[in-house]
Design a protein around this ligand. Structure first.
Ligand code: HAM
Length: 495
């Protein structure tokens, strides 16, 4: 079998090493052993991503383009690259339904939709705090020797756009986005290498009302899809809690992001390793002990006892809980000091949505990030937002039996009863479509039995048959499929 041009594109050695690796692990190639191609492929297969480590650092070598040759034969694996998904119609219907709900909920609160490129400059995602997300970056050099990356999240792009717009936009900005993100993650239930995220962000509001408003939108979404506060809750804390503890030990502010990233690993690595890492960045043993103690606090009253009532952490959190009551979602939220979040840029309230049965990873997460813009050279603006993935929520809806029944629905099926009438049937279809009716036009000569089967499969309400004698009289035959009632309708009156 000869290689087709499209398969050569897939195998192009100039593809980023990380991208190539994903392809390579998922395609079975039948490549002649003597082919030059094979050697560049095996070199590519030894990319640092193989072991899952150092994903971000894998630079592409200067591989020459593949020779265009007819001798490359291959048989492709029909599965998409590991961790990615196809969306055949039934999956696409579900995705559209989900995104429709994301969009509806965002618009209910007056948010405007924005989008950014999936491919961004790598520099946008390189932060100094040692976040996991940095090591999971799909990054490579493009043909113009620019370091680029597939976005792992939307927030840095949003920050970039806010800086670019400067003062030309009216604040506060209330923006939402639904976009695909890429992370070279270890695959677990609800965690993939490609996922879609719904984000809502408010830029320009320093008050906790913004966080409260965002959480209210998430609750609205959950209710809309049938999820209640007995299924899902939010754990809420504030990074200012950590800041206050560190401040009392005179830990320099510059270490703050790093400490948060270390603390965020508490449930993933042994506590001694956490203490060690804290020590390595210069946190004293006593400070580390106190930090860890504070992080185990699960009530706001207890936190107030430990920190005293005067600090911003307590006052922000109290205000949030009081607003939650007014918004009507206080049964959804609980204080939990262990919520820190794994991204370095958060500066205040942080929150995570979790399933109360504890079977799944975080459903969504967000918080305040008032200092992100200056890390990109812009002027800081108060900002907060959240990201809500498409994968965990679908798992949860499945668990709860809440997935909607989404069948294909086309209002009309139009069929010519004679090959010579296919043009006539096409004109009927056009007429109906112009009136906003959806039409599945039968494109070949098919027996009526086949047409009825298809009509049932697409849940058509009407079958419109174009037969010779009716057509000559300017009529078509219209059958209402639910009742079986059939009438001749004048073309001019067809609605
Ligand atoms: P994040 O916690 O990294 O935050 O991701 C937000 C959500 O995206 C997660 O709670 C989860 O639903 C989903 N998610 C993340 N990684 C994956 C994955 N590998 N597979 C499936 N789903 C995933 C952020 O990304 C922040 N930028 C959110 C934000 C917006 N903060 C402020 N504004």
């Amino acid at each position: 079998m000869l290689a087709k041009p499209c398969s050569l594109a897939i195998l192009h050695p100039r593809l980023p090493s990380c991208t190539r690796q994903v392809f390579l692990s998922n395609f079975q190639f039948l490549i002649p052993a003597h082919s030059r191609y094979r050697s560049s492929l095996s070199a590519a297969a030894q990319s640092p991503l193989d072991g899952g480590a150092g994903a971000g650092g894998g630079r592409t070598g200067a591989l020459s383009p593949p020779p265009v040759t007819d001798e490359v034969a291959q048989k492709i694996d029909v599965n998409p690259p590991k961790g990615t998904r196809d969306f055949p119609p039934e999956e696409m219907r579900l995705r559209n339904w989900l995104f429709h709900n994301f969009r509806e909920v965002s618009r209910l609160s007056g948010f405007e939709e924005v989008d950014f490129p999936v491919l961004e400059s790598e520099a946008l995602f390189i932060r100094k705090a040692g976040e996991e997300i940095r090591d999971q970056l799909y990054c490579f050099e493009d043909r113009g020797n620019r370091r680029v990356a597939l976005r792992p999240e939307l927030t840095p792009s949003l920050a970039r756009l806010v800086i670019q717009k400067g003062k030309s936009v009216p604040f506060p900005l209330k923006w939402f986005a639904v976009g695909q993100c890429w992370r070279y993650e270890r695959m677990t239930r609800g965690r993939r290498r490609e996922h879609y995220q719904w984000n809502m962000d408010i830029i320009g509001v320093p008050e906790v009302t913004a966080e409260a408003e965002l959480m209210s939108s998430i609750v609205t979404f959950f209710k809309k899809v049938g999820i209640s506060s007995s299924d899902v809750g939010f754990k809420v804390s504030s990074r200012k809690v950590l800041q206050e503890v560190l401040g009392s030990y005179s830990v320099p502010e510059i270490l703050f992001g790093k400490v948060c990233i270390i603390i965020d690993k508490i449930e993933k690595i042994p506590i001694d390793d956490i203490k060690n890492e804290l020590k390595l960045v210069g946190i004293s043993e006593v400070a580390a002990e106190e930090l860890l103690q504070v992080l185990s606090i699960k009530s706001l009253e207890k936190l107030e006892e430990v920190l005293g009532g005067a600090g911003e952490a307590i006052s922000d959190l109290k205000q949030l809980f009081s607003l939650a009551e007014k918004f009507g979602y206080s049964d959804w939220i609980q204080f939990d000091a262990s919520v820190v979040r794994g991204l370095a840029y958060y500066t205040g309230i942080v929150f995570e949505g979790f399933d109360r049965e504890g079977k799944l990873r975080a459903i969504c997460g967000g918080g305040r990030y008032d200092k992100l813009l200056s890390t990109f050279g812009g002027d800081d603006l108060p900002a907060c937002g959240f990201g809500f993935g498409d994968a965990v929520i679908i798992e949860l809806l499945k668990e709860k039996g809440l997935l909607p029944d989404l069948n294909q629905q086309v209002e009309n099926i139009v069929c010519a009863l004679d090959k010579k009438l296919q043009g006539a049937a096409a004109s009927v279809a056009t007429k109906l479509r112009e009136k906003g009716q959806t039409v599945d036009l039968v494109l070949e000569s098919k027996p009526l039995k086949w047409v009825f089967k298809r009509a049932a499969r697409i849940n058509a309400q009407r079958l419109i048959l174009v037969g010779l004698s009716e057509w000559q009289r300017g009529m078509v035959s219209v059958k209402i499929l639910a009742s079986g009632e059939q009438n001749e309708v004048e073309l001019a009156n067809l609605e």
